[in-house]
Design a protein around this ligand. Structure first.
Ligand code: MGD
Ligand code: MGD
Ligand code: SF4
Ligand code: MO
Length: 728
C-alpha cells in the first residue's frame, strides 16, 4: 500500500549533460525516474541509462553494509566500527613505518560528479603527506586536454568549449556525442543542439574511423586511427600556405605564430595522406571551409586524447581554432568562468603552482609529470610491485574499476594481492573491489545532496542547479566524505592538516557554523556568478535558495561570454603561448612512428548507449535482449579472413589476447576494428546480471609499459592499438 508518494525534481549524474529528472519516491523508496519537462535545458529528455538508474538504486546485488575479506576470498559483513578501527590502525601503521608514499588512492569517474567526495578525497590525499600517490580516471581520458591548456593558456583548467549554440561550422573529431551525450561539454539534448547547426544553415563534419551514430546523422569524414595529428598539421599547413591566417589579428592574441608556421610547413596534405587516409583535396577543402566560415569550432575528445600523441593532437585542435580566429569568439570556442571576484589572480597563482608541480614532481616509475596532482594510473600496478621508497602498500579505490578501465588489468589484479591493505568505496563488489580487504558501502547520487561543480565551466549555457538527497540512504551506506572524515579522525598520529581541519571545525562550531563540504560548496555558489555574495547581492543564489526556489535549475546567461581570453589566459598580458619545445619534440616523433609487424588492424573503442564504462551492466533494463559484448569489423576485412557476422574471433595485440563475438559492417574504415570497453565481468564480482553478460576486458589488449605512455601527459594509449584477428 502506498501511504505517501512524492515527485522530487533532481538531476542525473551518470554523465555530463546532467539531465533534469523527476524522482518518484513512494514511502521513502525511489520507485521511478522520469525526465523533467520543466528543466530549462534538458526539457523532458533523459536517456535509457538515466531512467534505468532505479535498478541501481534498488539493486539486490548492491553492497549496503561494510564487507571484510575472509580467508577463502569471500566477504563477511562487519560493523562500521570494526571496519574503520582496523583500517585506521593498519593505515596508521603503514604510514608510521614507511611514510605517506606507501599510500595510494585511485579516484574513478563517478567521483567527479560528487562535490563532497571530490573535496574530501582531495583533502585526505594532500593532508596525509606530500608523497601520497594519487591516480584518477583522467589519465585514461582527459589529462592531455589539461596539459594542452596548461601549455597554451598557462592553466590546465582553462578549457575551450565549442559554442555549438551559435556556430556555423562544427567539426567533431574523435567524439561521438550522440551516444556519449558530450564530454568536456555540458550541453543537454546535445543531438538536438547539434542538429540545430544544420537547421540554421550551417554544417557539421564528423571525423572518425567509424561512421558512428553522430557521423551518420551529419557528414562523415573517415580517418585512420591516430592519424589526427597529421591531419591537423596539414590543415594548418594549408591555412598558412594559402594565406588564410589573419596573422595581424592573431598576433594580438597569441605568441609563436611564426614558430607554428615553420613546424607544420613540411606536413602538406600529400605528405600526410598515407597516415590519415584522407585525400589531399579533402584536407584543403576542410581548411578553406574553416577559414571562410563566419564562425567555426573544432571539437575533439576521447578519440583524439587517447592515441600515441594525444597532447599534440589536442594542442593542434586549439591551434586550428586560434589561427582561424575562432578562439574566444561567438560561434567558435569559448571559455567558461565561475565569475568569482579575484578569480584572475587565484588562477594566476594556481597556474604557476600547477606548472611548477608539473615540472618538478615526477612519478617514481617512469618519471612522468603529475597533471593536476595525478600520476598515470597505467603505472599503478608497477607502483605496487616495484620495491623501494614510496612503494605502495595500501591502496584506496573510490568510484573506480581500474581492473577493467586501465591498461593491463591482469597485472593490477595480481599486484593487488601483494598489498598490505586495499579498501574500496563502491556500490558493488566489482572486478576491482573483489580484491579489497574491506568494501565500504556508499550512497548513490540520489542519496546525497549535490552541486556539479566540476562541470560548471564546461556548459555552453551558464546554468546552476543543486539538489538535496531525494531518498534516505539504504541499509548502512554512508557518503564518501563521511567515511574519509571518520578515517582522518582515527589516524595515529594525526597528520597536521587533519588536526587543523578538526580545529577549524571546532572553532566554527562554537560560532554555530557547521563545517562540512556543504559549507564550502555553498561558499562557492554564493561567490560565483548569480550568487548572493554573502548578502551583498539581494536575491542571489545560495545552495538552499537553489534547491528551494529553483528546483529545476536556473539559467544565468543564454550564452558563454566571448572576448574574455585576456582574463582567462594567465600568461603575462593574457597572451596565448603557441611555442613549446615539448610540442616540437612530439611533432618530430610523428615522422618516426612505426607499426609492429604481424598486426595489420588498428583497434579503436566504442561507447554504447546502454553502457556507462564498466558499471551499468547489472541493470536488467540495460542488458535485456541477449545484449552482449561485440566487436565491429569492416565486412571486407572480415570476409578476407573467412569471418562472418556473429562468429567468435580471437583478437591479439602485442600485449595480450581476448575472445569476442564479431559483427560485420560497412560503416567502419577498412583496417579498423572497434571494441567497447568496460566488459569482462566474471564470477569475481558480486554483480550477477553483469557476470552473466560477461564479455572480455579490452584492456588486456592495451599496454602498461612506461614506453607506451604518452610522455607529456602520462596518458594511456587506448586507440589505434595494433591487433590481428583470427576465427575461433
Ligand atoms: N553511453 C555512454 N555514454 C558515455 C560513456 C559511456 O561509457 N557510455 N562514458 C562517458 C565518459 S567517461 C566519457 S570520457 C565520454 C566520452 O565521450 P566521447 O569522446 O564523445 O566518446 P567516445 O564514444 O569514446 O568517442 C570517441 C570517438 O572517437 C573515435 N575515435 C577512436 N579513435 C580515433 C582516432 O584516432 N581519431 C579520431 N578522429 N577518432 C577516433 C571513436 O570511433 C569514437 O566515435 O562519454 C561519456 N558518456
Ligand atoms: N580501453 C578503454 N579503456 C577505457 C576507456 C575506453 O574508452 N577504452 N575509457 C576510459 C574513460 S574515459 C574513463 S572515464 C574510465 C572509467 O574508469 P573508472 O572510473 O575506473 O571505472 P568505471 O567503469 O566508471 O567504474 C566506476 C565505479 O564506481 C562505482 N560507482 C558508481 N557511482 C558511485 C558513487 O557515487 N560513489 C562511489 N564511491 N562509487 C560509485 C561503480 O559501481 C563502479 O564500480 O575508463 C577508461 N578506460
Ligand atoms: S544522458 Fe542519460 S545518463 Fe547522461 S545525464 Fe542524461 S539521463 Fe543521465
Ligand atoms: Mo571518461
Amino acid at each position: 500500500m502506498v501511504d505517501s508518494i512524492e515527485y522530487r525534481p533532481t538531476f542525473c549524474r551518470i554523465c555530463e549533460p546532467l539531465c533534469g529528472m523527476i524522482a518518484t519516491v513512494e514511502n521513502g523508496r525511489l520507485t521511478a525516474l522520469r525526465p523533467d519537462r520543466e528543466h530549462p535545458l534538458s526539457t523532458g529528455f533523459a536517456c535509457q541509462k538515466g531512467i534505468a538508474f532505479t535498478e541501481v538504486q534498488n539493486d539486490p546485488d548492491r553492497v549496503t553494509v561494510p564487507l571484510r575479506k575472509t580467508g577463502d576470498g569471500g566477504f563477511e559483513e562487519v560493523s562500521w566500527e570494526e571496519a574503520m578501527t582496523d583500517i585506521a590502525a593498519r593505515l596508521s601503521g603503514i604510514v608510521r613505518r614507511e611514510g605517506s608514499g606507501a599510500v595510494g588512492w585511485y579516484f574513478g569517474n563517478p567521483g567527479a560528479f560528487s562535490y563532497s567526495h571530490l573535496m574530501w578525497a582531495g583533502i585526505f590525499i594532500k593532508g596525509l603527506g606530500r608523497h601520497t600517490h594519487f591516480f584518477t580516471a583522467a589519465s585514461q581520458d582527459v589529462s592531455n586536454r589539461m596539459v594542452a591548456s596548461q601549455l597554451l593558456y598557462g592553466v590546465p583548467t582553462a578549457l575551450p568549449i565549442p559554442d555549438v549554440l551559435r556556430t556555423e561550422l562544427l567539426v567533431v573529431i574523435g567524439a561521438n556525442p550522440v551516444v556519449s551525450h558530450g564530454s568536456v561539454l555540458t550541453l543537454p539534448r546535445i543531438k538536438d543542439r547539434i542538429s540545430d547547426v544544420v537547421k540554421r544553415g550551417g554544417r557539421v563534419v564528423v571525423i572518425d574511423p567509424r561512421k558512428t551514430e553522430t557521423a551518420s546523422a551529419f557528414e562523415w569524414l573517415g580517418i585512420r586511427p591516430d592519424g589526427d595529428a597529421y591531419l591537423l598539421l596539414s590543415v594548418l599547413q594549408v591555412l598558412f600556405d594559402e594565406g588564410l591566417v589573419a596573422c595581424d589579428a592573431i598576433r594580438r592574441q597569441a605568441d609563436g605564430l611564426e614558430w607554428l608556421k615553420h613546424r607544420c610547413a613540411s606536413f602538406t596534405p600529400e605528405a600526410t595522406s598515407a597516415r590519415t587516409g584522407v585525400e589531399p583535396e579533402v584536407v584543403r577543402a576542410l581548411a578553406r571551409d574553416l577559414a571562410r566560415a563566419s564562425s567555426a569550432a573544432v571539437y575533439g575528445r576521447f578519440g583524439t586524447s587517447t592515441g600515441q600523441s594525444g597532447t599534440l593532437t589536442t594542442y593542434l585542435i586549439d591551434a586550428v581554432n586560434i589561427v582561424t580566429g575562432n578562439l574566444d569568439s561567438a560561434g567558435g570556442t569559448l571559455f567558461g568562468d565561475l565569475g568569482i571576484p579575484g578569480q584572475r589572480w587565484s588562477m594566476k597563482l594556481t597556474g604557476a603552482y600547477l606548472r611548477r608541480a608539473y615540472r618538478t614532481k615526477r612519478s617514481r616509475v617512469g618519471g612522468f609529470p603529475r597533471v593536476i596532482g595525478a600520476e598515470p594510473a597505467t603505472l599503478m600496478a608497477k607502483e605496487i610491485t616495484t620495491p623501494g621508497r614510496r612503494q605502495i602498500r595500501a591502496l584506496f579505490v573510490s568510484a573506480g574499476n581500474p581492473v577493467l578501465s586501465v591498461p593491463n588489468g591482469d597485472e593490477l589484479e595480481s599486484a593487488a594481492e601483494e598489498l598490505e591493505l586495499m579498501v574500496g568505496l563502491d556500490l558493488y563488489v566489482t572486478e576491482t573491489t573483489a580484491h579489497c580487504d574491506y568494501i565500504l558501502p556508499v550512497t548513490t547520487m540520489y542519496e546525497r545532496d549535490d552541486f556539479p561543480v566540476t562541470f560548471q565551466t564546461q556548459q555552453t549555457t551558464p546554468f546552476r542547479q543543486a539538489t538535496e538527497a531525494v531518498v534516505d540512504p539504504v541499509g548502512d551506506v554512508r557518503q564518501e566524505w563521511e567515511i574519509i572524515d571518520d578515517l582522518m579522525q582515527r589516524m595515529v598520529p594525526r597528520p597536521p592538516v587533519f588536526t587543523v581541519l578538526s580545529g577549524v571545525r571546532k572553532l566554527l562550531g562554537w560560532c554555530g557554523v557547521e563545517f562540512t563540504p556543504r559549507t564550502l560548496i555553498d561558499g562557492i555558489i554564493r561567490m560565483s556568478s548569480g550568487g548572493d555574495r554573502f548578502g551583498m547581492r539581494r536575491g542571489g543564489l545560495t545552495f538552499r535558495r537553489l534547491t528551494a526556489d529553483y528546483p529545476h535549475g536556473k539559467v544565468l546567461e543564454q550564452f558563454l561570454p566571448s572576448g574574455i581570453a585576456k582574463t582567462v589566459v594567465v600568461y603575462r598580458g593574457g597572451r596565448v603561448h603557441l611555442q613549446h619545445e615539448s610540442i616540437a619534440t612530439e611533432i618530430q616523433k610523428l615522422s618516426k612512428r612505426t607499426a609492429p609487424e604481424g598486426f595489420p588492424l588498428l583497434m579503436i573503442g566504442r561507447r554504447e548507449p546502454r553502457s556507462e564504462n564498466s558499471w551499468m551492466h547489472n541493470s536488467e533494463l540495460l542488458t535485456r535482449g541477449e545484449r552482449g559484448h561485440q566487436a565491429l569489423m569492416n565486412i571486407r576485412d572480415a570476409a578476407a579472413l573467412d569471418i562472418f557476422d556473429g562468429d567468435r574471433i580471437g583478437v591479439t595485440s602485442p600485449y595480450g589476447t581476448i575472445e569476442i563475438a564479431v559483427s560485420t559492417t560497412e560503416d567502419i574504415m577498412a583496417g579498423v576494428i572497434a571494441i567497447p570497453h568496460g566488459w569482462g565481468h566474471r564470477g569475481t564480482g558480486g554483480w550477477q546480471v553483469a557476470n552473466r553478460a560477461g564479455g572480455a576486458n579490452v584492456n588486456r589488449l592495451t599496454s602498461s609499459s612506461p614506453e607506451d605512455i604518452e610522455a607529456i601527459s602520462g596518458m594511456a594509449w587506448l586507440t589505434g592499438v595494433p591487433v590481428r584477428v583470427e576465427l575461433l
